[in-house]
Design a protein around this ligand. Structure first.
Ligand code: GDP
Ligand code: IMO
Ligand code: MG
Length: 441
C-alpha cells in the first residue's frame, strides 16, 4: 500500500522531495506519518525548530516482540527507525547536542543502528544550557503574559542567531575558537539578564567530548541535499511545530521563534522553493493547543476533557495537558493557503467516536461582521464570535477500518465536508497510533 502511495506521488508530481507540515498548533501526528513514509525515502531531514518538538512513534519492543513501544523524538528525524535512511538536521534547526545524543543512545538501546546515518548541516545553530535557563527567566519576566514555552531554549537561541551572536556547529570543530566565543556570549547574556546560575566549565567539558563525536556527522547541508537530489535520491522533509505557531503567520506573540511553515523548510534546508511541489499538511480531526494564546474553537467543558482523555492529549515534550476544541476550518484553510498544501493527512478521526453532534468552526465575526481572513490582531481574535456547523457523529470504534468506504456514513460525510471547507484533498486518515492505523484514499 505504501509503495502505491509513493507511486501516486511520483506520477502526480514527478519530484523527489516531499514535505510534511503541521497545520494547526502542533502535535498533529507528524512523527507517525514520517515514520510510515520513511520506508520510501532515502533521506529524512528536519528543517526548523528544536527540541520543542515532540514527535511520537510506536515501534516493536525489543524485549517483548508482541508489544509496541512508544518513542518520542525531539531532534532526531522520525524516519530514523527505518535503517535504510540517512537522517539530516538542517541548518534551520536550533540544536542541543546533549539532547541529540541522548536520543541516539535511546535508539541504540532499542536496537536501532544509527552509526553513519545521522548528519548535521554545518550552518546549524547550537543551543546551549544557558539558552534554556534564559528561556525560563524570560517567561518569568513576562509574568501573566508568558508564552507558555517548552523551556527548551528555543526563543533565546533564535534571538542569538538573528542578533548575529549565535554559534554554529562548524565552529565547534575548532574548539579553542569556539570556547572563546561561548564565554563571550555567556558574558553578554549575564549583562542582559543578571548573574544567573550556570556551570560553564561542565557544559564546555561535555561539548569538548561531543566535538569529537560530531566530526564525521557535520556536512554542508545544502550542498549534501542538493547533490542528493541531483543524484535522483528521494528526500522527505519533516516539519516541526505547526502553522499557527509560525513566528510570522501564527498567533503572535504566542508562537515559537521560527518559521514552521513552508518558508522555514526552504531556508532551513537550502532546497529551493521551485523543487518542492508536494507539501502534505497534517491536521487532527479536532484541534489542540498546548501553552498560552488564543484558541477560538476551544472547549472549556467536560467534552473537552473527554477528547483529551480519548486522544491522550498530553504534551509529548512537557507532559502538559493539551487544550482541546472543535475542528477549525478557518485555521485549516489559512494553513493550506500559506503553505501551498497539496494534500492533507487527517489524523485521530478514531478519537471522535462517540462524540455527537460534531461541530466545525466555519467563520468568525467581529462587531457583527464576518472576518475575511485569519486576523493578525489578537484582541480581535479573542473577541471574535465563532460560527459553527453541526454534523451527526458516530458511535462505532473505527480503529480497525482500512478503507474509506468502510467508515460509518457520518464519518465519511465529516471528512468530505472538511475537504470542501479546506479546499484541499484529504488523502489519508489516521485511525490509531500504530503505523498500520491509516486509511489511504
Ligand atoms: P507530532 O508532534 O505532530 O509528531 O505529534 P505528537 O506525537 O506530539 O502527538 C500526536 C499523538 O497522537 C501521538 O501520541 C501519536 O501517537 C498520536 N496519534 C497520531 N495519529 C493518530 C491517530 O490517527 N489516532 C490516534 N488515536 N492517535 C494518533
Ligand atoms: P511539535 O513539533 C505543540 C508551543 C509551546 C508554546 C509555544 C512557544 O511536537 O508539533 P517554544 O518552546 O517553541 O518557544 O514555545 O509553542 N510549541 C509547540 N506546541 N507542538 C510543538 O511541536 C510545539 N513547539 C512549540 O507549547 O506555546
Ligand atoms: Mg508533538
Amino acid at each position: 500500500m505504501i509503495n502505491f502511495f509513493k507511486y501516486i506521488y511520483i506520477m502526480k508530481y514527478s519530484d523527489n522531495v516531499i514535505t510534511v507540515l503541521g497545520c494547526q498548533w502542533g502535535d498533529e501526528g507528524k512523527g507517525k506519518l514520517i515514520d510510515i513514509l520513511s520506508k520510501d525515502f532515502e533521506i529524512i531531514a528536519r528543517a526548523a525548530g528544536g527540541a520543542n518538538a515532540g514527535h511520537t512513534i510506536y515501534t516493536q519492543d525489543p524485549d517483548n516482540p508482541e508489544k509496541k513501544k512508544k518513542i518520542v523524538f525531539h531532534l532526531v528525524p522520525s524516519g530514523m527507525m527505518n535503517e535504510n535512511t540517512i537522517c539530516v538536521i538542517g541548518n534551520g534547526v536550533v540544536l542541543s547536542l546533549p539532547t541529540l545524543f541522548e536520543e541516539l543512545e535511546l535508539l541504540k538501546e532499542n536496537g536501532v543502528e544509527t552509526n553513519g546515518r545521522m548528519l548535521i548541516a554545518d550552518r546549524t545553530q547550537l543551543l546551549f544550557e544557558y539558552h534554556q535557563t534564559i528561556d525560563g527567566i524570560q517567561e518569568e519576566m513576562k509574568g501573566k503574559n508568558k508564552v507558555g514555552t517548552t523551556k527548551r531554549g528555543i526563543g533565546p537561541c533564535y534571538s542569538d542567531k538573528t542578533r548575529r551572536t549565535g554559534i554554529r556547529i562548524h565552529e565547534l570543530l575548532d574548539f579553542e575558537r569556539f570556547e572563546k566565543k561561548y564565554r563571550a556570549n555567556l558574558e553578554l547574556f549575564k549583562k542582559m539578564y543578571g548573574d544567573f546560575d550556570h556551570d560553564a566549565e561542565k557544559e564546555l567539558g561535555e561539548l569538548k567530548e561531543l566535538s569529537e563525536k560530531i566530526k564525521p556527522m557535520v556536512v554542508d547541508g545544502a550542498y549534501y541535499l542538493n547533490k542528493a537530489l541531483k543524484d535522483e535520491k528521494t528526500v522527505l522533509i519533516e516539519g516541526a511545530n505547526g502553522a499557527l505557531l509560525d513566528i510570522d503567520h501564527g498567533t503572535y506573540p504566542y508562537v515559537t521563534s521560527s518559521n514552521s511553515t513552508i518558508g522555514g523548510v526552504i531556508t532551513g534546508t537550502g532546497i529551493a522553493a521551485s523543487k518542492i511541489n508536494t507539501v502534505i499538511g497534517i491536521m487532527k480531526a479536532y484541534t489542540t493547543r498546548v501553552g498560552e494564546g488564543p484558541f477560538p474553537s476551544e472547549l472549556h467543558d467536560a467534552l473537552g476533557e473527554q477528547i483529551r482523555e480519548a486522544g491522550g492529549e498530553y504534551g509529548a515534550t512537557t507532559g502538559r495537558p493539551r487544550r482541546c476544541g472543535w475542528f477549525d476550518a478557518i485555521v485549516g484553510n489559512y494553513a493550506v493557503t500559506i503553505n501551498g498544501i497539496s494534500e492533507i493527512n487527517l489524523t485521530k478521526l478514531d478519537v471522535l467516536s462517540g462524540v455527537s453532534p460534531l461541530k466545525i468552526a466555519t467563520s468568525y465575526t467581529h462587531n457583527g461582521e464576518k472576518l475575511p481572513s485569519f486576523p493578525a490582531d489578537l484582541n480581535i481574535l479573542e473577541k471574535a464570535e465563532v460560527q459553527y456547523e453541526e454534523m451527526p457523529g458516530w458511535e462505532e470504534d473505527i480503529s480497525g477500518v482500512r478503507k474509506f468506504e468502510d467508515l460509518p456514513d457520518t464519518a465519511q460525510a465529516y471528512v468530505l465536508r472538511l475537504e470542501e471547507l479546506l479546499e484541499c484533498r484529504i488523502s489519508s486518515i489516521g485511525v490509531g497510533v500504530r503505523r498500520e492505523d491509516m486509511i489511504f484514499r
